[in-house]
Design a protein around this ligand. Structure first.
Ligand code: FAD
Length: 447
């Protein structure tokens, strides 16, 4: 039995790892010249020797979903695990063109002008709202409106969740993005009660901290996977299509080669998978193509410490789409993880692609100019960065709209035998979700 895995991001690498544990022959095909996909850590250096570690894609992994922690344990990587903290101090939201701290403490909550007294009362009345206990999907916005009120949605919860998922909360599926909130409602009757119940139950956690990263960046995880995989691993191997070949499949690679496999795992985005199976499974292909994918990108810019205003102390800024800015969010990497930067410098990470998708197609020059303008107007950073880098993914960020999981179930029934889908377009976008899906796909095809 031989399985082909298409896509060498964290999903494909995890699928390969699982097959290797099961002693099953595999070939892993990656279009680009590196492993890891969106997991990409990069080192920047200035002529004076100052060094910075920046992340292009993910920067922290939540350990409540145990898959990344478990994988790091299996790979022997825990000695490099770091606690990036879950510090929310200094996180702001842009509202009517001015910055407001996100009310994460009782004192901030009562003093914030973000919510009217009526909005605050509505939020505090959350425990008295009727609980929904079915398993039907709804939008993130509908959920927040129902439990916490329209103001909480508009003023900070929407921008925060919309920012995390680079999405419009009005269309985003709660069952994909935050199923835990629905579980808390089902289990405890509400968010406050559900959270309390969970705290009291205190399941023994495997990881000692809520989020994890690695000393040399998250790419340590995908690098280590690639290093420990002993199967047939091929970079620069873009798969064009997959066709039937007897009882198995023929995988056609862009360089003209083709390989036979008994089963295929597509560890690629739905829009990429769609084009590979157009002839093999036209209906599934059409439905995969209908899943929306947004542009996304990040820039990491290094400034002299004195070029960045000290007040207000901003460590993160979420920018709702209604503010009509060119950038979506900002993180002060050097404030959140100072050990990754030489002292005396400030590293700012900017997220793009949601509010102004065209940013991802800009030339470097246009991109820097547009970003600088925003950082100047919003945060008073007017200097030119001493060094910077950008990562861009066109149509690279899947949007799980209401009813998404049901649609994926249906698409899977349209696939021929021994083909599996795994990764961020399907059942969860976070890295632990991707690891889980990669491993599940491997288990399914090797059963
Ligand atoms: C800016 C950003 C920040 C994020 N932050 C976090 C975070 O903090 N925490 C978190 O948990 N998650 C985060 N995520 C989400 C997470 O990083 C991704 O969902 C995850 O890395 C996706 O992994 P993947 O392997 O499924 O897909 P990808 O990483 O997209 O990998 C797919 C691979 O398939 C290859 N490929 C495509 N087509 C073909 C083909 N035809 N033939 C062969 N190969 C092909 C591509 O080159 C690519 O390497 C973030 C994502 C982004 C973009």
């Amino acid at each position: 039995m031989k399985i082909a895995i298409i896509g060498g991001g964290v999903t494909g690498l995890s699928a390969a790892w699982e097959l290797q544990q099961r002693g099953i022959e595999f070939i892993l095909l990656e279009a680009s010249d590196r492993w890891g996909g969106k997991v990409v850590s990069s080192k920047l250096e200035l002529p004076d020797g100052a060094r910075f570690l920046v992340e292009g894609g993910p920067d922290t992994l939540i350990t409540r979903k145990p898959e990344a922690w478990d994988l790091a344990t299996e790979l022997g990587l825990l000695d490099q695990a770091t606690n990036p903290g879950s510090e929310t101090r200094g996180t702001f939201v842009l509202d009517n063109a001015s910055l407001h701290p996100i009310p994460v403490s009782p004192s901030l909550f009562f003093s914030t002008p973000l919510l009217t007294p009526r909005g605050k009362l509505r939020l505090l009345a959350e425990p008295f709202q009727p609980a929904r206990r079915d398993d039907e999907d709804e939008s993130l916005a509908d959920f927040v409106r129902r439990r916490l009120g329209q103001e909480a949605l508009d003023k900070f919860i929407g921008p925060v969740l919309g920012g995390i998922y680079n999405t419009d909360p009005e269309t985003q599926s709660i069952m994909v993005s935050s199923p835990i909130m629905r579980e808390m409602e089902k289990d405890g009757g509400g968010l406050f009660a559900g959270a309390l119940k969970r705290m009291l139950r205190k399941k023994k956690r495997r990881a000692p901290f809520a989020f994890v990263s690695f000393k040399n960046g998250l790419q340590a995880l995908t690098d280590e996977l690639a290093r420990q995989l002993t199967g047939d691993l091929r970079l620069n191997s873009r798969v064009e299509k997959v066709t039937r070949d007897g009882s198995g499949y023929r995988v056609l690679i862009a360089d003209g080669n083709s390989i036979y496999a008994d089963g295929v795992i597509f560890a690629t985005l739905a829009n990429q998978t769609s084009s590979m199976i157009r002839e093999l499974a036209p209906e599934a292909s059409g439905r995969l193509d209908a899943i929306c994918h947004q542009n996304i990108g990040t820039l990491s810019l290094v400034y002299g410490e004195s070029d960045v205003p000290k007040e207000p102390y901003v460590s993160g800024l979420m920018i709702p789409r209604r503010e009509k800015r060119m950038i979506d969010a900002v993180t002060f990497t050097s404030r959140k993880t100072p050990e990754r930067s030489t002292a005396g410098y400030a590293v700012v990470r900017v997220f793009i692609g949601g509010g102004a998708p065209q940013m991802v197609d800009f030339s470097d020059e246009q991109l820097l100019e547009a970003t600088q303008k925003e950082l100047g107007e919003l945060l008073g950073i007017r200097a030119t960065p001493q060094i910077w880098t950008a990562f861009r993914w066109q149509n690279g960020f899947p949007q799980a709209e209401v009813g998404h999981l049901k649609r994926i179930d249906e698409i899977e029934t349209l696939l021929p035998a021994n083909l599996a889908l795994a990764g961020s377009s399907y059942r969860g976008i976070a890295v632990p979700d991707c690891i889980r899906q990669g491993r599940e796909a491997a288990r399914k095809l090797s059963a």
